[in-house]
Design a protein around this ligand. Structure first.
Ligand code: NDP
Ligand code: NDP
Length: 327
């Protein structure tokens, strides 16, 4: 049931289980992304009425603490931290999140059982990112407050089963009672409306916010994103951790090694260390790992984060009033 709430930035807000859970105006969430989403991006999205997330996966513990403190200083509104459960220093990250009084945590890439109850005991709202209805049920059983159903189109870490957002979102909605946030292939208000018609109560967008002015990603990477086309990304490295990236020279090398039957150890050696940093943060478009979603093909401009939130919300409302574009 859609209810319009008090206006912010001159646009009417919105009220459902997701806006109530996070105390936000619009059910628009900026994904936690390594090397792209520090406190500048997260606070800008939160100040614009959405929910910003600090992507902690690329941060040493002290760096994370600094970003949380700066985010608290930069916004009086809700924000959260994304914690990839594969992270090597996860205990330290969780302790910092608790010590610094973070109220919202999105976990991803792993089993939500271990950390959800510990975070919930501290009064933290916990959301888990899933790629199947089986994982969604596990997240609900673990006590999560909501799930992000992230489809095949999404950038970065992704499920092995290649379930698209169009199929995953209804499957997850049927599987759980907690609210579902859709992700993967969403960057515009019309794409947002499409998943909300299927029953999602919010959207999480990554790629759209990679090409924001506040994202810490390198300008070379941002330019590559806005100049890309359909077919430029691929879900790869399934023998290691499945990840959607641009098909650049680094990808070709990994792909050729896989075709030749390289072992997991050989692939790890070829991957080496800090490939993601080299690509997305340092801007080496040939040798780096460039994590991005398929929706990059729909993106043509680098905008301030607040304008992105504003444009998506305006288009969503216009589309809601007039959903069938060509009739
Ligand atoms: P690598 O092992 O190749 O490199 C580690 C990178 O992470 C380095 O660039 C390093 O920075 C940085 N880093 C931050 N904290 C630590 C730490 N405590 N120990 C070691 N290195 C650290 O890993 P990846 O770059 O492939 O992945 C790094 C992390 O990001 C993993 O935890 C992974 O799960 C997560 N991740 C999250 C994604 C998401 O979408 N949320 C997507 C992909 C990965 P420096 O070079 O400055 O030492
Ligand atoms: P495993 O695949 O061996 O998983 C280890 C344990 O975690 C298993 O018990 C597995 O459940 C469970 N698990 C894995 N992912 C999830 C999840 N998203 N939600 C709930 N439970 C989960 O190895 P890793 O721990 O290294 O995890 C990597 C896995 O996570 C890969 O399979 C990858 O496809 C998936 N992944 C999913 C993401 C997403 O949700 N969008 C993001 C990144 C990775 P069980 O054995 O019962 O299947």
């Amino acid at each position: 049931m859609i209810e319009l709430s008090s206006p912010i930035n001159g646009i009417e807000g919105f009220s459902n289980r997701i806006t109530a859970l996070f105390k936000i105006d619009y059910p628009i969430i900026q994904a936690g992304m390594i090397w792209a989403s520090g406190w500048k991006l997260a606070s800008a999205v939160s100040n614009a009425g959405g929910l910003g997330l600090i992507g902690s996966g690329s941060m040493y513990p002290d760096v994370l603490r600094e970003h949380i403190q700066k985010c608290i200083a930069a916004t009086p509104r809700s924000f959260g931290v994304n914690v990839p459960l594969l992270y090597p220093d996860i205990e330290k990250h969780i302790q910092i999140i608790i010590d610094e009084g973070v109220k919202i945590v999105f976990t991803s890439a792993g089993n939500p059982k271990t950390w959800t109850s510990i975070l919930k005991e501290k009064g933290i709202t916990v959301v888990h990112v899933v790629s199947s209805s089986k994982f969604a049920r596990k997240a609900e059983e673990a006590g999560c407050d909501a799930v992000v159903a992230e489809g095949f189109e999404a950038g970065g870490h992704n499920g092995r089963e290649e379930t698209t957002t169009m199929v995953l979102v209804p499957a997850v909605i049927n599987a759980v009672k907690i609210p579902v946030i859709a992700a993967g292939g969403i960057a515009t208000g019309r794409q947002m409306l499409a998943v909300m018609v299927m029953g999602a109560e919010g959207v999480q967008m990554g790629s759209r916010f990679v090409v924001s002015e506040e994202a810490s990603s390198h300008i070379n990477f941002k330019n590559a994103v806005i100049n890309s086309f359909e077919g430029d990304t691929i879900l790869t490295m399934k023998q290691l951790t499945p990840v959607r990236i641009f098909k650049n020279k680094f990808y070709q090398q990994m792909h050729e090694a896989e075709i030749k039957g390289a072992s997991v150890e050989e692939l790890k050696e070829l991957l080496g260390r800090a490939r993601a940093k080299r690509g997305m943060f340092e801007g080496n478009l040939e040798e780096g790992e460039l994590e991005i979603g398929q929706v990059s093909a729909n993106l043509n401009d680098i905008l301030p984060a607040a304008k992105i939130v504003d444009e998506v919300w305006k288009e969503f409302k216009e589309a809601l009033a007039n959903p069938l574009k060509n009739i």
